[in-house]
Write a protein that binds this ligand. Structure first.
Ligand code: NAP
Length: 304
């Protein structure tokens, strides 16, 4: 996402494509994009175009997930299937592929999830998508959709400082064989330990200006969490970002985080979190520490 939207200025396309290919060569097989990832969300498909260029030669070896933003789809008449398919065909074109592995409803935005689920079922039958998912949804919405076309994955915000999904959603997903894909798993950089109260975010299209945990006072308030992570990481010869990812991978069998970065080296650092193994005792220490610390700022399922 950050190559096109959300974290300030875009890098040149050559670097972005190289970074994606470099991740693939390092073993990354799961790539997440969306039709709306473009500067200021102004245009459509910038990120899909980059992902398509980077992965077209290795398409069969990777899992590509993209998302549909149902703008205006609830008010206009006509078949939901046709509208969803129209968005999908445009994404396939930009991604230079015949199918996507996971097609998410990016937000419900007032559309009937039952109708979307039905449309997704038809697209699965046609072989245009291999599975489907929803993003930023609660357990009632998931259950309504699941009854019509079983879901592949739920993509909600989840990190050490955004744990709403732990109470009902992740357990529901586990019981129903649904993958859970945490977005912003490093809390937009907070859990890397690299952000301080002096860090200046970019002026244009930078979500860090409004992520609640990253207001100046909340960065200060959250320091005990960052310090705890730094100390733990040092003992494990890992980085704080890696520990924040290893924690959730250890905690649940169905959780696959998608950390974001527009930096080649940090993408590899985050991928290598999969090599950081926690013992039960280490995991317990992390859980106890987290449960004893206060989180300042909360984004939840409601925000963008
Ligand atoms: N479904 C949704 O509504 C939704 C919403 C948001 C995001 N997403 C998806 O989730 C992905 C990840 O979310 P995200 O990018 O918002 O949050 P994130 O992964 O928690 O954090 C990204 C931020 O952290 C920094 N960072 C990442 N790894 C780092 C490391 N090892 N050391 C230091 N800094 C590090 C990045 O900076 P650098 O770029 O400088 O490394 C960037 O500023 C996105 O790419 C997108 O595909 C989905």
């Amino acid at each position: 996402m950050a190559f096109s939207h959300g974290y300030g200025k875009m890098l040149d396309e050559k670097y972005s494509i190289e970074a994606i290919r470099n991740a693939y060569e390092h073993g990354c097989t799961f790539f997440d994009t969306a039709e709306v990832y473009s500067l200021n969300l102004a245009g459509i498909g910038h990120n899909e175009l980059i992902v398509g260029k980077a992965l077209k030669e290795v398409r069969e070896n990777v899992v590509i997930a993209t998302k549909l933003m149902p703008r205006g789809m609830s008010i206009l008449g006509g078949s939901m299937y046709k509208k969803v398919k129209e968005h999908l065909m445009a994404s396939l074109d930009r991604l230079q592929t015949d199918y996507v592995d996971i097609y998410y409803l990016h937000r419900t935005n007032g559309v009937s999830v039952e109708k979307v689920a039905e449309a997704m079922g038809r697209l699965i039958d046609e072989g245009l998508i291999r599975g489907w998912g929803m993003s930023q949804v609660d357990v009632d919405v998931i259950d309504r959709a699941q009854k019509i076309t079983p879901l592949t994955a739920i993509q909600n915000i989840y990190s050490m400082v955004e744990r709403d999904s732990e109470s009902e959603i992740i357990p529901y997903c586990m019981e129903n064989d649904i993958g859970f894909v945490p977005f912003s798993p490093i809390a937009s950089g907070l859990l890397s330990g690299k952000i301080t109260t002096e860090t200046k975010f970019e002026k244009n299209d930078d979500v860090r200006n409004w992520v609640p945990q990253l207001s100046r006072s909340n960065i200060a308030g959250n320091q005990p969490i960052v310090e705890m992570l730094k100390e733990f990481a040092e003992k494990k010869n890992a980085t704080p970002a890696q520990i924040s990812l290893a924690w959730m991978i250890h905690k649940y069998p169905n959780v696959v985080p998608i950390p974001g970065s527009k930096n080649k080296e940090r993408i590899i650092e985050n991928l290598d979190a999969s090599k950081v193994e926690l013992t039960e005792e280490e995991f317990g220490t992390l859980e106890d520490s987290l449960n004893g610390l206060t989180v300042y700022g909360h984004r939840g399922l409601g925000g963008f």
